[in-house]
Write a protein that binds this ligand. Structure first.
Ligand SMILES: Cc1cc2nc3c(=O)[nH]c(=O)nc-3n(C[C@H](O)[C@H](O)[C@H](O)COP(=O)(O)OP(=O)(O)OC[C@H]3O[C@@H](n4cnc5c(N)ncnc54)[C@H](O)[C@@H]3O)c2cc1C
Length: 318
């Protein structure tokens, strides 16, 4: 029987692995995709808002030339940390169920069944997009994930949202020759947008390079046009692609299936904030999965400490 099975090979799952290794416990990290799968699926051009030292795990220095690392810098860093520490990684293996048995858990995956005394769930929130729930959302031209701006050259692109992801998409596709229309639910560009990017988008809107509708909602998507509800009434504009950058959420069905209690309003999982142990004894949450719908409150920056909190609790109970 393993001491610990860690679900999810993101930055925080790896941090938990390093802490388990330091404590001399047996463990594996089971990851349904590639190593740091969420980061791998971020936009190719993405720059973190955190400085590199705030993304470090296990005390391993993250050295970058520029203080804000890119996605590629982060992929290099986490891969080097994982491989140089020989972390036991089971990649492309999805955990499908976790069941309490005796004084541990039985974990079922797409490839095998394991037994572990403790389970750490660090499954993040990037796998499930928050839907718009509007007609036409299932058309292939509607995208919730974005890789690269080149694809959208000379296309009429509607970007929904005002978060960092939405603003990056709007600016990048505009600069590669797309005709960009931004649809924002609120009255202005979010204050959470990276401080060096916000003036850029505000000025592009002011000069008319990017068209923006505030206090507005995308109402319907059709093959060659979209409907936008604006304060001045319903507007129909020609359209090739919709980038619905409306956020992501943890896999609540999976958490519920395991028996983790979720709050009624924001689906925040129940856990002890000092140990990260859930209502299921010996099953812990680590990383951004613990935020429920409040995904904007959790980052690598402030959740990497979960690894030491959890391992501290596990070791103290042995
Ligand atoms: C675009 C973007 C930019 C961000 N920028 C920053 C930043 O600058 N600074 C910062 O601190 N934070 C940032 N964040 C937030 C946070 O850093 C990331 O969400 C980070 O990936 C969280 O790490 P994690 O290990 O908790 O989750 P993830 O990295 O999402 O890792 C979870 C892993 O679990 C795997 N998984 C899920 N379900 C299963 C299953 N059933 N079985 C096996 N594996 C499973 C997933 O494939 C994934 O690899 C950003 C987030 C986004 C989306």
């Amino acid at each position: 029987m393993l001491d610990i099975l860690i679900i999810g090979g993101g930055p925080i799952g790896l941090a938990c692995g390093l802490a388990a290794q330091k404590a001399g416990l047996s463990f594996i990290i089971v990851e349904k995709g590639c190593l740091v799968n969420s980061l791998y699926n971020y936009p190719a051009t993405m720059t973190f808002f955190s400085t590199s030292e705030k993304l470090e795990i296990g005390g391993v220095p993250f050295v970058t030339v520029h203080n804000k690392p890119t996605r590629n810098d982060a992929l290099e860093y986490y891969r080097r940390v994982a491989l140089s520490n020989n972390l036991p990684l089971n990649l492309f293996e999805e955990v499908t169920n976790v069941k309490a048995e005796g004084n541990g858990y039985i974990i079922t995956t797409s490839k095998a069944t394991y037994q572990a005394r403790k389970v750490i769930l660090s499954t993040g929130f990037y796998d499930i997009a928050v839907n718009l729930d509007i007609p036409g959302e299932d058309l292939p031209k509607v995208k919730h994930y974005y890789q690269d701006p080149h694809y959208y050259t000379s296309q009429k692109v509607v970007v929904v949202g005002s978060s960092n992801s939405a603003i990056d998409v709007a600016l990048e596709t505009y600069r590669k020759g797309a005709e960009v229309t931004l649809v924002v639910r609120g009255p202005e560009i979010s204050n959470r947008v990276k401080y060096w990017v916000r003036p850029d988008i505000i000025n592009r809107i002011k000069e008319g390079s990017i068209k923006a509708y505030f206090n507005s909602n995308l109402e319907a998507v059709r093959e060659h046009e979209v409907d936008i509800q604006t304060p001045d009434g319903l507007l129909t504009i020609p359209n090739d692609f919709v980038m619905a950058m409306t956020g992501y959420k943890p896999n609540f069905n999976f958490l519920k299936k395991l028996g983790i209690i979720l709050s009624e309003d924001k689906f925040i999982p129940q856990y002890n904030p000092e140990t990260m142990e859930t209502n299921l004894p010996g099953l812990y949450l680590a990383g951004v999965v613990c935020g429920g719908m409040d995904t904007h409150l959790w980052f690598i920056e402030n959740s990497r400490i979960h690894a030491d909190m959890i391992l501290g609790d596990i070791v103290s109970k042995r």
